[in-house]
Write a protein that binds this ligand. Sequence first.
Ligand SMILES: [Zn+2]
Length: 352
Amino acid sequence: MNINNLEIYQFLIKILNNKPKKINSTKMLIDLIETQIDKGEENFEIPVRVSRKLLYSNATGEVIESVQEKTVQNYKAKNLQQELDKTIDEQQVSRDFFSNLGIRPVICENATEGNQAKEFWMELQRIDNSFNQEVKSALVNDDANFKVAQPHIPANRLDIVYEKTKFDEIKISRRAKFFFNKDGELILRKPKGIAFMLYLVVGYISNWIILFSSILLFVMYVYSKSVWLIYLSFTYIVVLTLFSFSAHKNKYKRLHSLVQRRIIKAPEFLLHIDQFNADLELNRPTDFNIAKITEYYSSCPICQSRILVDYGDETYKYYMVGRCRNAPDAHVYTFDRVTLKGFFLGHEAYLK
Ligand SMILES: [Zn+2]
């Protein structure tokens, strides 16, 4: 295929700009490639180096002089690479584009010694295309109706990185809006935090009071020997028991476990009816515990579906795991809310 470096850079800018959510890494990548196009002039073969601070300052709008070295240290070449790889692998078009070219864009950084500033640049490296060719020829020989999804990523690339949805994109319920502040946080020792606990305790107690008094009522009806009343109150109790049990399990028991687990699936009553998924985590940045509504997600390297955090099954009983929405039981990844990294939990030969 005859295509020059400029066209590759322009293609990369296009797919990065198409992302609905642009995190800082995305913006830094766009800036890096745009600088390459602007400064590369006639010769796009020579990579243009850009300082990390400048990229960060352009991405965040922060004045470059006030950017702290400590802040930008979180952005390493490998982080930008992960974001770039994810963007490319997310879509069939971009996967095919690079696999047909046999080229992969690689983000490089200089080894910083002393006070030398960190710089990034992009190299277009040739990749061994034989893996894809083999799969393609195997597919041609097969029955035409038998379609195999092409494993486009070798097995060692099954690592994922989680991201957090911005809080203003999570819709919460009115009740949650009352207790949680505008950042989705609830400081447990502050008045609203105490009010929230009281609300839970009162709810929990009345849950059982209502259930037991209904059973009492039922017993009274049994003594009254009115068959009609017995049937009616029995049905009522069955329904009420189901509700109470569900509230016990999904609301009270789950919230109670937040203290030990530090992260749980947010109970329904905190979420708006349109919000299908969210997590609730407990942080301790100060002396107080702070509960925060949040949502972790990632993209499945196997099938490109969204990965959401969920409870582990029997095998991973005490862990939260990342489950892909397309194959929640097969494409399972570890989840670590501190490092935000995830590893495939299936066998490493899964894609072979
Ligand atoms: Zn998947």
